[in-house]
Ligand binder design. Structure first.
Ligand SMILES: [Zn+2]
Length: 183
């Protein structure tokens, strides 16, 4: 796996392109020990992710966001998400192209985000009303919650900033924050 990462990255950090002290960084929770779920990072980049982030350090992601490798994009998205109080970080994050599967992966492992935010990055609070922005199949509910449905008085799932709960058609369901817009 290490050899694959070295070849893929041309022996440089996949975030900042430095060529020393490189180690694989696991992109959870899908991590399966292969290069498909790992990113080759220098010691400085991994320390920043796991420890205290210097505000401007990850400006270096401006080229990594265009990587053709999924785990690099997913990890870059999560790091920029942690910095979403910075305008430059939001701009970079918006440029990362993630399809639905990759977006779900990115969100499922958000590293440190205490806030629930709607599709536009607007902070959601308990009791807010939201609109669904796409049709959602409710597993186990046997129905589809239609796009445009208003969900009133949501509650926040405390340990998961990507999830809120609300009542649709009389049933309490869990909804991904990326599929709602605050009213
Ligand atoms: Zn680096």
């Amino acid at each position: 796996m290490f050899a694959t990462l070295i070849a893929r990255s041309d022996a440089s950090c996949e975030f900042c392109e430095v060529a020393s002290n490189l180690l694989p960084y696991s992109v959870g929770p899908l991590h399966d020990g292969t290069a498909m779920t790992s990113v080759l990072l220098c010691d400085k980049c991994s320390e920043m992710i796991d420890g205290k982030i210097e505000k401007n350090y990850f400006r270096c992601l401006s080229s990594a966001i265009w990587s053709e490798h999924d785990p690099v994009k997913v990890l870059a998205w999560r790091v920029l998400d942690m910095l979403s109080d910075q305008a430059w970080a939001r701009d970079l994050k918006d440029q990362i192209y993630l399809d639905e599967v990759l977006m779900a992966w990115a969100i499922s492992g958000v590293i440190r985000s205490s806030q629930h935010k709607d599709v536009n990055g607007v902070t959601l609070e308990a009791g807010n009303n939201v609109l669904l922005i796409k049709d959602l199949v409710v597993k186990g509910g046997g129905f589809t919650a239609k796009r445009g449905t208003a969900v009133r008085g949501i509650s926040l799932v405390e340990d998961n900033p990507a999830h809120i709960e609300g009542k649709v058609e009389g049933q309490r369901i869990t909804i991904l924050t990326e599929f709602v817009k605050k009213k």
